[in-house]
Design a protein around this ligand. Structure first.
Ligand SMILES: Nc1nc2c(ncn2[C@@H]2O[C@H](COP(=O)(O)OP(=O)(O)OP(=O)(O)O)[C@@H](O)[C@H]2O)c(=O)[nH]1
Ligand SMILES: [Mg+2]
Ligand SMILES: [Zn+2]
Length: 367
């Protein structure tokens, strides 16, 4: 390494305020150059970074620069990813199509095509359990769907083949069996796995950090990220038009809607709604739930940009009115459901709690 050719590597893990960077076969424990923190451009696991102050004997260095990334996902937080595999168990925890749709949509919004792994297939009571999922997601929507069980390691073969020479991420709820899958692919990994009963009663996460792992020494370009489980993905970061765009269910009919900005709810001349039988009812309900969050986001965004233009007082009121009307609309649609506003705020609280989880764990581990 010279001044013209500084050492670069890939960030594998962030833990207890240290960044672990793999460069030329060595894992360096790295601190971050102050300016990167100041600018708020901290690297994500999967990022390529430039190192300085490299000290080989102690395997320490400093991250001097974060190189441009080709993509990034926010939950779990990773950069430069080739594919995301959503691991959702058939049972324990019970398969939830609305949650699954949230994961799929979140990944599509990041510009990636999700792959579905339905784990714990050994817990299927009837063949129909599996067939229904296959019909909806594979035959209907064209996603790749794999059914796996760690009790039948050969059930992982097809999934394993798909990960070769790629950077893959396992995402999904806590307890769905992400770490167990990796342990089954390579017993030497010995990742911690949890007890389902414990998780349900205590809301425990077994995996605490995102980590990019080399699955097999002889295949250094195959990397898989094990990640902490999460749920309650919210869609208050995306505009409604973009949301409907990634919903592949609408792809064929969308061009025939009368209005180009149709959101396929109750607009006149909507081709998607013209024949209710065309779109799966469960999927459509998932869409409506996400759309409600996305609309709130749009309202809030437009109010805050107007505030900048026209001054605050007047528009504060306008913004509150907009939210109140939305709330009422939602209430009318389903009186028994919590208002979307409340849902969003609950999700925000949940998210903050999850984000502080890593810090808490780090603190308790260093105690
Ligand atoms: N019956 C059955 N149980 C499984 C299977 N895969 C995993 N489990 C069990 O599910 C539980 C949770 O597995 P983990 O691998 O810790 O789940 P995880 O997704 O990594 O969870 P987090 O790290 O908290 O996100 C463990 O008790 C596993 O033994 C499977 O294929 N079949
Ligand atoms: Mg795990
Ligand atoms: Zn439409």
């Amino acid at each position: 390494m010279t001044a013209e050719h500084p050492l670069t590597g890939r960030l594998r893990k962030y833990h207890s305020n240290f960044y672990y960077v793999e460069a030329e076969g060595v894992l360096y424990e790295c601190a971050l150059r102050g300016i990167i923190k100041k600018e708020g451009t901290e690297p994500l696991v999967g990022d390529f970074v430039e190192l300085d102050s490299v000290h080989l004997p102690s395997k320490t260095a400093r991250i001097n620069r974060v190189l441009a990334r080709k993509n990034a996902i926010t939950r779990p937080k990773l950069a430069n990813v080739d594919q995301v595999i959503v691991v959702y168990s058939l049972k324990e925890p019970e398969f939830d199509p609305h949650q699954m749709d949230r994961y799929l949509t979140h990944i599509e919004l990041a510009g990636l095509t999700p792959i579905l792994c339905i784990s714990k297939a050994d817990l299927a009571q009837t063949e129909t359990d599996l067939a229904n999922i296959q019909t909806l997601y594979a035959d209907g929507l064209g996603y790749q769907v794999f059914f796996t069980s760690v009790k039948k390691p050969e059930s992982l073969d097809a999934l394993r083949a798909l990960t070769k020479h790629k950077i893959s991420v396992l995402a999904g709820p806590s307890g769905s069996g992400k770490s167990s899958l990796l342990n089954t692919l390579n017993q030497h990994l010995r990742l911690r796995v949890g007890e389902v009963s414990e998780k349900i009663s205590r809301g425990q996460h077994t995996t605490r950090h995102v980590e990019l792992l080399t699955l097999f020494e002889e295949e250094p370009d195959t990397l898989i990220a094990d990640t902490p489980g999460f749920s309650n993905l919210k869609f208050n970061y995306v505009l409604p038009d973009r949301l409907q765009e990634v919903f592949r269910d609408f792809a064929e009919l969308r061009p025939h809607c009368s209005f180009s900005d149709c959101l396929h709810v109750d607009e006149e001349g909507c081709a998607v709604r013209a024949d209710e039988a065309v779109i799966n009812g469960t999927r459509y309900q998932s869409y409506l739930n996400m759309l409600a969050e996305s609309r709130l986001y749009k309202e809030a965004a437009s109010v805050s940009s107007q505030k900048e233009e026209f001054g605050y007082k007047q528009l504060d009121r306008k913004g509150k009115d907009a939210l109140r009307i939305l709330r009422l609309k939602e209430k009318n649609r389903d009186a028994s459901r919590r208002t979307v506003r409340q849902q969003v705020s609950l999700l925000e609280q949940h998210d903050q709690a999850e984000e502080s989880l890593e810090e808490e764990v780090q603190e308790s581990e260093t105690d």
